[in-house]
Design a protein around this ligand. Structure first.
Ligand SMILES: [Mg+2]
Ligand SMILES: [Zn+2]
Length: 179
């Protein structure tokens, strides 16, 4: 089984500094849903690992997050794609939980659930903490310029991290290389 790990905000959907707090605020980035469908058709399982500290901050509750994810899954299904599972961290920066990126707790949880290691598994994000968490488990961090990606790039990223304009370009290259 081929696996790919995606951050959510700024990779699949447009991000907001004010957080995504409702299904209405969740809007896909052009081409991202189709890109996930292309991955699925090429045999990839797609897993989302996302920090959702808006919950700890009281900006949304878990029910609302579930409704946001229902919208994402519904729109994705219409594009012919599917997400295997979504692991979210509901905690805040001061909660000292193991699952908030840049910590790798959600990745190790995923690895033990799927009983595989994440060595060289592509992990796409738009923030430094996505890249750091992926690196910590030996996955292959990839930066996209969507969301906070341009800002992340200008602040400096670890050596050897591949950079793409958006998820669609990542997928095109990944599937090309695999052939
Ligand atoms: Mg993000
Ligand atoms: Zn957490």
């Amino acid at each position: 089984m081929s696996l790919i790990i995606l951050d959510r905000d700024g990779v699949i959907n447009h991000d907001s500094d004010d957080f995504i707090k409702s299904p209405e605020e969740w809007e896909p980035i052009e081409g991202s849903l189709e890109a996930i469908a292309r991955l699925n058709h090429a045999g990839y399982s797609v897993v989302v690992i996302t920090n959702q500290s808006g919950i700890a901050r009281g900006l949304l509750d878990v029910d609302t997050l579930t409704r946001i994810h229902s919208k994402m899954r519904r729109m994705l299904a219409q594009a012919g794609g599917k997400i295997e599972s979504i692991l979210f961290c509901p905690h805040g920066p001061d909660d000292d939980c193991p699952c908030r990126k840049p910590k790798e707790g959600a990745y190790t949880e995923l690895a033990s659930r799927l009983r595989l290691n994440l060595t060289d598994v592509p992990a796409v994000g738009d923030s430094l903490r996505d890249l750091e968490a992926a690196k910590a488990v030996g996955a292959r961090p990839i930066l996209v310029k969507t969301g906070k990606g341009e800002r992340t790039l200008s602040q400096g990223i670890p050596e050897g991290v591949a950079v793409y304009d958006n998820l669609s370009d990542v997928v095109t290259d990944l599937l090309d290389t695999a052939l």
